[in-house]
Design a protein around this ligand. Structure first.
Ligand SMILES: [Zn+2]
Length: 84
């Protein structure tokens, strides 16, 4: 069983969105997402935030809305079964 920490999973998640992952990292990330609901939630949030910010209508976001999104990004993950 290949295990990585949630911190490592978060790093891989953001890298996978920027530049993609090579085989081994992709595998360990998939394994981690399979056992860790915190990181699954986090990956969904990342996707949602990215979509929201890339959407043409996001150009009309108020400053308060942007700050709210950035705060969500900076919030630490709650401790859970997958955390080490
Ligand atoms: Zn995790």
């Amino acid at each position: 069983m290949i295990r990585i920490t949630c911190r490592r999973a978060a790093e891989l998640l953001s890298r996978s969105r920027d530049e993609g992952l090579e085989g081994m990292n992709r595998l360990v990330l998939a394994v981690h997402l399979g056992i860790c609901s915190n990181c699954r939630t986090y990956s969904r949030q990342l996707g949602w935030i990215e979509e929201a910010l890339n959407c043409p209508s996001a150009a009309g976001l108020s400053e308060a809305a942007r700050l709210r999104i950035v705060r969500v990004l900076e919030e630490p993950l709650p401790p859970g079964p997958g955390n080490e």
